[in-house]
Write a protein that binds this ligand. Structure first.
Ligand code: CDP
Ligand code: CDP
Length: 217
């Protein structure tokens, strides 16, 4: 039987991956995997358990027995909703720290792959096309300039009523991209068989339509 289709959308922070991936999934009636949320919630679980963010063995063990589920955009950890706690930039940075550890990444592979269910999956992250779903039907590398991305993240935080500082966001975002790109395991990079989508001047709707067009091509 043919494999269940996967659309892999990878790219740097605040490029619009999550927004675009969720809308493409909705349009196609596919499942959606926010893989970054898995790294964020793992970091949160580690902090709650008092595990240092560089303790690779303890983190891999924790990741292997994580009690996490997703329900309509809400994340549940150990039976309680985590809410906005995983949406802060601090949480993104903590996620990026643990994400450089190979054994932790390996421990999260099976969980991520379990989201591949009929009729299909749209998954966003850093290594969806390169590592988690190397046989994906379509691989998109979604990007935008650092300045545009910082502006988007700033607006997003302000709309949620969270405190934000644009130049701090730009600096944090560039640091996180540098760390994600420099790591030896599953670095942030466009893989050879991914198609580039630069959203600097694209609206969300235009980016969604472009992904759908490439999928149906
Ligand atoms: O939304 P944003 O792009 O800022 O972050 P995210 O996708 O939620 O990911 C948070 C962090 O988790 C990233 O900076 C990566 O270091 C890590 N991550 C990863 O290593 N691999 C993935 N597939 C997804 C996220
Ligand atoms: O998942 P990722 O960190 O890549 O980005 P996101 O959270 O989906 O998008 C960051 C912000 O940029 C959101 O508020 C989106 O609505 C906005 N955005 C935009 O204004 N234009 C786009 N083409 C894509 C996203």
């Amino acid at each position: 039987s043919p494999a269940i289709p996967v659309i892999a959308i990878d790219g740097p922070s605040a490029s619009g991956k999550g927004t675009v991936a969720a809308l493409v999934a909705k349009e196609l009636g596919f499942h959606y995997l926010d893989s970054g949320a898995i790294y964020r919630v793992t970091a949160l679980a580690a902090q709650r358990a008092g595990i240092a963010l560089d303790d690779e063995n303890a983190l891999a063990e924790l990741a292997g027995k994580l009690d996490v589920s997703f329900d309509n955009g809400e994340i549940w950890l150990d039976g309680t909703q985590v809410g906005e706690a995983v949406r802060t930039e601090e949480s993104g940075n903590a996620a990026s720290k643990i994400a450089s550890l190979p054994r932790l990444r390996a421990a999260l592979l099976a969980f991520q792959r379990s989201f591949r269910k009929a009729p299909g999956l749209v998954a966003d992250g850093r290594d969806m096309g390169s590592v988690v779903f190397p046989d994906a039907t379509l691989k998109i590398f979604l990007t935008a300039s650092a300045e545009v991305r910082a502006e988007r993240r700033y607006k997003q935080l302000m709309e949620k009523g969270m405190r934000a500082n644009l130049s701090q966001i730009l600096q944090d975002l560039q640091q996180r991209d540098a760390r994600d790109s420099a790591r030896s395991v599953a670095p942030l990079q466009k893989c050879a068989d991914a198609s580039l989508l630069d959203t600097d001047t694209l609206t969300i709707a235009a980016a969604v339509n472009e992904v759908l067009r490439r999928y149906q091509a």
